[in-house]
Design a protein around this ligand. Structure first.
Ligand SMILES: *Cc1c(COP(=O)(O)O)cnc(C)c1O
Ligand SMILES: [Zn+2]
Length: 440
C-alpha cells in the first residue's frame, strides 16, 4: 500500500518533484532533441545524454532543500529528468554508506566505506535507481508496455516496478541466467523471453524490438533517462560523507554507465557549490571480471577504444562484452588518474566471502568482483591507506547463491539429537578439525 509517510518527511512543505529544465543533447554534435524516447543522434549516431540548465538549479538544489526531501532518490529530483507533475511512488535508493573498519583492517586501510546497494528498494540492486527514473519517463511518453535487455538485475527491477505501476513488461535475457534472477522476474507477472545468445546478442534484438513495437525499453530508447538514475549513487555518497567527496571510488563496470554517472554527480555538486572542489580530482577505479574485461583491458593499455570480448565469467551481471559506455568510461578513468582491474572467478568467490565475513554484507558476484579488485588495488599500492575510499556494492548475494554452491558442504555437520551431550561431542569434534573451519 502506498504510504505517503515513506516519501515525505514533512507534510507542510510538499516537494515539487518535477524538473523544469532538462532535455536530450547529442554527446558529439551538441544538437538538442527536447524530450522523447530516443537514445542516439540521427546525424552522428552518437549517444544522447540529458543536459540540465545548471544555472537555474543554483540556489534551488541546496543542502537544505535536499535535507527536507524524502529518504530516497527523490530527494534529488531537481537534478533528475523527472517530468512535469511526476509524483514518486516508491522510496527507491538512499541506501546505507557504512564505515568498513574490519574489511579496511584486512587491506590496511583506515578510511574505507561501503555503499550498500545490496539492500536497495525494491529489488536489491542499484538498478532500482535507473528503472525508477526511466519508468517515470515511460509513463509520460504514454507507453503501456515497457521492457529491457538484461543481465539479470535490470530484469528484476523492471518487472517489479512495472507491476507496481500497472504497466506490462516484456523482458529479454540470455538463456543461461542464474535461476534466482529468472524467478525474481517471473514472480512479478512479467513476460520473460530467454534468448540463446549472450547479452550483446540480446541487446541487439531488443533494439530491433523497441523500434518495431511501440514499447519503452529502459536501456534502449529510454537509455538517456535511465542512466541519469545512476547519478543518485554519487549524490548519496557525497551527502552521507557529510557533503564532501571521497578521494577514490571503486565501481563495478558492465556497460560502463554507473561509473560515469557517479562522476557526473560529483561534478554537478561541485558546480552547484554543495561540495568543495577537491585539490585532486576524485579518482575512479573500475572493476571487472577477467572473463569479461573489455574496459579494464583498455584502461591498462592506456587507450579508450574497446575491443569487444565474448564473456565467460560467473559475474553474469557484469558480462557485457561490448559495453555501450565502455570507451567513455575508460577515457574518464584515465583522465582522472584512476585505474581498472579485473579478477578471476576464484577471486570473485573469495571477494564475496571476505565482504560477508568482515562486514556482514552478502553481495552477489558483481560485489565479489568489486571487493577482490579493491583488495588488489590496496595490495599494489594504487590506493593509499589513509585516503577516503568508497566501494560500491551494487547487488545482493541471495540472487547468486549458485556461485557458492558446494562451498560450505564440509561445514554442514550431521544433525544431532537435542541433547547437551551430543552438542558437547560435536563441538569437540569440530574443534579437533580447525583447518576445515578455517579452510575458506
Ligand atoms: C548493471 C550492474 C552493474 C554495472 O552497471 P553499468 O552501468 O552497466 O556499468 C554493476 N553491478 C550490478 C550488480 C549490476 O547489475
Ligand atoms: Zn549528433
Amino acid at each position: 500500500m502506498f504510504q505517503p509517510s515513506l516519501l515525505s518527511r514533512s507534510e507542510e512543505s510538499p516537494m515539487n518533484y518535477s524538473n523544469p529544465s532538462y532535455e536530450l543533447a547529442c554527446t558529439e554534435c551538441g544538437k538538442r532533441f527536447g524530450n522523447q524516447p530516443l537514445s542516439a543522434c540521427p546525424d552522428c549516431v552518437a549517444p544522447l545524454e540529458v543536459v540540465y540548465d545548471l544555472l537555474s538549479a543554483k540556489g534551488v538544489f541546496t543542502r537544505d532543500s535536499i535535507a527536507r526531501g524524502p529518504a530516497s532518490i527523490w530527494r534529488y529530483a531537481r537534478m533528475l529528468p523527472v517530468p512535469e507533475g511526476f509524483q514518486p511512488d516508491l522510496p527507491v535508493g538512499f541506501t546505507p554508506l557504512v564505515h568498513a573498519s574490519r574489511l579496511g583492517k584486512r587491506f590496511g586501510a583506515a578510511s574505507l566505506y561501503v555503499k550498500n546497494d545490496a539492500v536497495c528498494f525494491p529489488t536489491l540492486s542499484f538498478k532500482d535507481r535507473v528503472v525508477a527514473v526511466a519508468l517515470a519517463n515511460a509513463q509520460k511518453f504514454g507507453f503501456d508496455t515497457v521492457g529491457c535487455s538484461s543481465t539479470g538485475n535490470l530484469a528484476n527491477s523492471v518487472a517489479a516496478q512495472a507491476a507496481r505501476l500497472g504497466l506490462k513488461a516484456c523482458i529479454l535475457v540470455p538463456a543461461d541466467l542464474e535461476p534466482a534472477k529468472i524467478l525474481n522476474t517471473l514472480v512479478y507477472g512479467a513476460r520473460l523471453i530467454r534468448i540463446n545468445g549472450n547479452y550483446d546478442a540480446v541487446n541487439r534484438l531488443s533494439m530491433q524490438i523497441a523500434g518495431e513495437y511501440n514499447w519503452g525499453f529502459v536501456n534502449v530508447n529510454l537509455r538517456p533517462y535511465y542512466s541519469e538514475g545512476s547519478k543518485t549513487v554519487g549524490y548519496e555518497i557525497a551527502e552521507q560523507l557529510g557533503w564532501r567527496l571521497p578521494d577514490n571510488v571503486v565501481v563495478p563496470m558492465a556497460g560502463g554507465s554507473l561509473i560515469r554517472k557517479i562522476r557526473k554527480a560529483f561534478q554537478e555538486l561541485i558546480f552547484l557549490g554543495l561540495v568543495k572542489k577537491p585539490a585532486q580530482p576524485v579518482r575512479f577505479f573500475g572493476a571487472q571480471a577477467t572473463g569479461c574485461s573489455p574496459i579494464s583491458v583498455a584502461v591498462k593499455d592506456g587507450v579508450d577504444d574497446i575491443m569487444p570480448q565474448k564473456p565467460n565469467t560467473i559475474a553474469r551481471s557484469l558480462a557485457i562484452g561490448n559495453p555501450a559506455d565502455g570507451a567513455a568510461a575508460a577515457k574518464m578513468i584515465l583522465e582522472d588518474g584512476g585505474w581498472a582491474e579485473d579478477v578471476s572467478d576464484v577471486e570473485i568467490v573469495s571477494g564475496i566471502q571476505e565482504m560477508a565475513e568482515t562486514e556482514g554484507i552478502f553481495t552477489e558476484t558483481a560485489g565479489g568482483v568489486t571487493t577482490a579488485v579493491t583488495a588488489r588495488l590496496y595490495a599494489e599500492g594504487r590506493i593509499a591507506p589513509g585516503e577516503t575510499t568508497v566501494v560500491c556494492i551494487t547487488g545482493n548475494g541471495l540472487k547468486t547463491t549458485d556461485a557458492l554452491a558446494g562451498r560450505f558442504d564440509h561445514l554442514d555437520t550431521c544433525a544431532i539429537r537435542p541433547r547437551l551431550a551430543d552438542f558437547d561431542a560435536l563441538l569437540r569434534s569440530l574443534d579437533a578439525e580447525p583447518e576445515l573451519v578455517a579452510a575458506n
